[in-house]
Design a protein around this ligand. Sequence first.
Ligand code: PLP
Length: 420
Amino acid sequence: MSQNERIAHSKITRKFKSEGRQLLFSQGRGGEVQDANGMTYIDFVMGYGPVIIGHADDLFNEIVRGHLDNGVMMPGYTTFHQEYLERLLGNRPGDRGAFFKTASEAVTAAFRLAAMQTGRLGIVRSGYVGWHDAQIANSLKWHEPLHSPLRERLKYTDAMRGIGESEPAVNWVDLRLETLSELLERHRDRLGCFVFDAYLASFTTPEVLRRAVAMCREAGMLTVFDETKTGGRISPLGYDHDNAIGSDLVVIGKALANGAPLSILVGNAELLAHAERARLSGTFSKEMIAVYAALATRDILEKPVGESPDGWAEIGRIGTQVASVLSAAATEAGVGSLVGARPVLGGGMFELVYHDDGLLGDKDRREALLGALTGAGILLLEGHPSFVSLAHRDIDWSDLHDRARQAFEQWSTSTGAGRG
Ligand SMILES: Cc1ncc(COP(=O)(O)O)c(C=O)c1O
């Protein structure tokens, strides 16, 4: 049995294949990764978002190594946790933070706080908010565009706890305020929490989201902005803070610690005071390696980079350029009327866009494109935003362009995509 076969994969880690075989990665450096066969890829997956500085960055490693001399776990929280929250929440004086390893944990914590505060167990969800039962049961393909035929197919419909008549988990699918109002009316008195994946802000406007949050609050619910993909990536705190959406709780995750596991639930002191009664922590909540990594990540991102005032702005510039190079390559390969790429929420993320509705609904042809890109040495995500890091500022842009063009041409020939 190969090593590869011992690993229990989720669908998400099965995406990348070469000649039908699962890729196993052995090393990362900057914006690239290598597989066990020595093939190098430009990496726009970046661990699904966490790796924001780059793989094996020298300065990051040096700072983390320096902190390691203090040990990795104490009986309780440490001066390092305290310093990190001071730096993260400096301009939100009333706020506190609770430490977790994963965002699914932090969102579950938010659900429990909401239930304690409101006495109601039901939730309204919009977006992928984690893999725990009530987060994922009966959910959709949330990253599909609103008009995609693939969007509304319900997934994970069996073997899930924590949902049902008395604790509904209802989906706000179309992001229309009228629909939200109907949901609130239909399930009134059973809904305690509204949770929104900030990535979906790219499908609507800040004004709609401010009104959605206000409506949910009027209905007596606690509101949660889930900035797992966006917090620490599109800006230090994310969309809710930058656009004054005003949610009660914010979940930040992924990009805080350049790949080390860290997620933080942010809210006012009064709300987070329930954390003790709610027993919101576990053995590893106070672990320090991720906090060292988060401090190192901030040390690097807070400084100006090139022409940009800080690392977050530079990452936005880089992702915008990647999207434009991919679109140009698609056009040159003759498939520009079918597919391109666009920056998401300022460019810290980018995504493939399908201009043709037939292609949008055709999972096989879309996956074939992912395969062609992998074959040309570009790893990115399909049906999900892709991620850039600071290290991608060193990309050889003409090499990226040539690889992408080769992939689009190969895809066009093999799937008969046609010249657009
Ligand atoms: C918006 C959002 N919330 C929650 C999660 C779950 O995070 P984790 O995988 O750290 O549990 C994710 C993961 O992709 C996410 O994108």
